[in-house]
Ligand binder design. Structure first.
Ligand SMILES: Nc1ncnc2c1ncn2[C@@H]1O[C@H](COP(=O)(O)OP(=O)(O)OP(=O)(O)O)[C@@H](O)[C@H]1O
Ligand SMILES: [Mg+2]
Length: 256
């Protein structure tokens, strides 16, 4: 299996304060890594370093075999191959859904508008937004806007998709409609690095979990291990703070 993303000993500080203190991981093509950890531990910074929004102080980041960190990186290539969706749906408010969706593929990738439109309509249908192509963003719910943001990212056909707490600003009843789209993308083989506080979703979607604390990988491993047999006290404490109960402990309670 081909390695899609390789993060090697990445160090990043802001104003002399270390935020990432040597983070490494590799992600194979078609796999999903979920990055969890307490607020301020550097999750967003890590994603921003991967897509070039932040410059690393040291360490290296490779997409397949191409170096995408450091001053020599080709930002054009990074933007084209690495998609990102944030917590706040950053759709252009004065453009309708379809105009928002067409912008990147037709301008940055110079694709044919009609082809992209057809693809966009098919994707909108798939995420349950058929008929919304002419709607303005402000007339959509948060969950609908976030699904549009996901479609917009996918229309660029990124090799890697980064998701930073994309449901954090949503009302609870809209969270699952968005997360189900992400689970669908994972099933389709989209390679993703996902930051989330939704532990059940994390467990469902992850092939690999990276637990960051204080800018370091405090623990990493398969979801089954991380969520049900965490190796470190820090991870156990973190999971308890979410009152995250393993399937087993829930079952034990029912049996009581
Ligand atoms: N551009 C910046 N300038 C200065 N400090 C920053 C900058 N971006 C992030 N930081 C600091 O880096 C640390 C890590 O921030 P980051 O946003 O990566 O955390 P996080 O793990 O994503 O947290 P959260 O779960 O709250 O989103 C924080 O202390 C933050 O204040
Ligand atoms: Mg963050």
């Amino acid at each position: 299996m081909q390695t899609m993303l390789k993060v090697e000993n990445v160090v990043k500080s802001f104003d002399g304060t270390g935020v990432l203190k040597g983070v490494s991981f590799t992600l194979d093509e078609g796999k999903v890594i979920v990055i969890v950890g307490p607020s301020g531990c550097g999750k967003s910074t890590l994603l921003r370093c991967i897509n070039g929004l932040e410059q690393v102080d040291s360490g290296k980041i490779y997409l397949k075999d191409e170096l995408i960190s450091g001053r020599t990186r080709d930002m054009h290539l990074v933007r084209q191959k690495v998609g990102m969706v944030f917590q706040s749906y950053d759709l252009f408010p004065h453009m309708n859904v379809m105009q928002n969706l067409l912008l990147g593929p037709t301008k940055a990738l110079r694709k044919n508008g009609e082809e992209v439109r057809r693809e966009a309509l098919a994707m909108l249908r798939r995420v349950g937004l058929e008929g919304k192509e002419n709607a303005l963003p402000r007339t959509l719910s948060g969950g609908q806007k976030q699904r549009v943001a996901l479609v917009r990212a996918m229309l660029m056909h990124p090799e890697l998709l980064l998701l930073d707490e994309i449901t954090a600003a949503l009302d609870p009843e809209m969270v699952s409609e968005v997360l189900n789209v992400v689970i669908d993308l994972a099933r389709d083989g989209m390679t993703m690095a996902i930051v989330t506080h939704e532990m059940r979703f994390a467990e469902a979607v992850a092939d690999q979990v990276l637990f960051l604390e204080d800018g370091m990988a405090a623990e990493s491993g398969p979801p089954e291990q991380f969520f049900h047999h965490p190796q470190t006290e820090r991870a156990r404490r973190f999971l308890r703070s979410f009152s995250y109960e393993s399937k087993n402990s829930r079952k034990e309670k029912q049996d009581e």
